[in-house]
Ligand binder design. Structure first.
Ligand SMILES: *[C@@H]1O[C@H](CO)[C@@H](O)[C@H](O)[C@H]1NC(C)=O
Ligand SMILES: *[C@@H]1O[C@H](CO)[C@@H](O)[C@H](O)[C@H]1NC(C)=O
Ligand SMILES: *[C@@H]1O[C@H](CO)[C@@H](O)[C@H](O)[C@H]1NC(C)=O
Ligand SMILES: *[C@@H]1O[C@H](CO)[C@@H](O)[C@H](O)[C@H]1NC(C)=O
Length: 167
């Protein structure tokens, strides 16, 4: 009986600790000439384990068939915007001042019709246990529509694929 009570108590405190990160789907309708937040959140499965993550965003314009990298943010360091289409138009809305990125959201300033297309966000995370690193990749896809003005409802269309492997 005493053991059961202990288990219940530790489970409930664990879920409280993990309650801070919530994976909200991105909006998908951007209004032309306004700003737009492309959301990408990947919560750590083990909140207490130290981790380091890299977020890579790629863009495939509508009608094209290949992704090109538009932003890569390495937790606690390097941050590149390698695509001139987004030069001075892409702000970071994700986790700040940490290697342990869980929010990888970006913000497009002054959206144009040309921003219509598919955005891919890849979280590359390494969890550090005492004797080994555990590697996960999470990919989220956002199909972005550019609209002339704000509509009442937007239906998020998100496809998530997770691969987990030891490294
Ligand atoms: C996202 O970035 C935009 C542009 O820099 C800024 O205005 C906005 O406050 C940011 N939002 C969050 C939640 O960081
Ligand atoms: C946004 O882009 C449009 C068209 O490219 C331009 O006319 C406008 O001045 C820009 N607005 C801002 C705030 O940069
Ligand atoms: C959109 O793309 C077309 C064709 O590539 C280009 O001519 C035009 O300048 C682009 N517009 C903006 C606002 O980037
Ligand atoms: C993820 O990061 C690790 C360590 O930085 C690297 O070895 C691996 O190639 C990366 N994987 C992908 C898919 O980018």
């Amino acid at each position: 009986m005493a053991n059961c009570l202990f288990v219940v108590l530790s489970l409930s405190s664990a879920s409280l600790c993990h309650g801070a990160c919530v994976e909200v789907d991105s909006d998908t309708d951007a209004v032309v000439s306004e700003g737009f937040k492309l959301g990408c959140i990947s919560c750590k499965m083990r909140g207490e384990v130290p981790a380091e993550a890299t977020v890579e965003w790629s863009f495939m314009p509508k009608g094209e068939s290949e992704f090109t990298k538009v932003r890569e943010v390495r937790g606690g360091g390097q941050d590149d915007i390698p695509d001139e289409r987004f030069y001075e138009r892409l702000d970071w809305n994700g986790s700040k001042k940490t290697k342990d990125l869980q929010d990888g959201s970006i913000y497009i300033l002054n959206v144009t019709w040309n921003d219509t297309g598919t955005y891919r966000c890849i979280f590359n995370r390494t969890l550090t246990f005492t004797s080994y690193g555990f590697h996960t990749d999470v990919t989220k896809i956002v199909h972005l529509n550019v609209v002339p003005r704000r509509s009442a409802t937007a239906t998020p269309l998100i496809i998530q694929q997770i691969t987990v492997n030891d490294s």
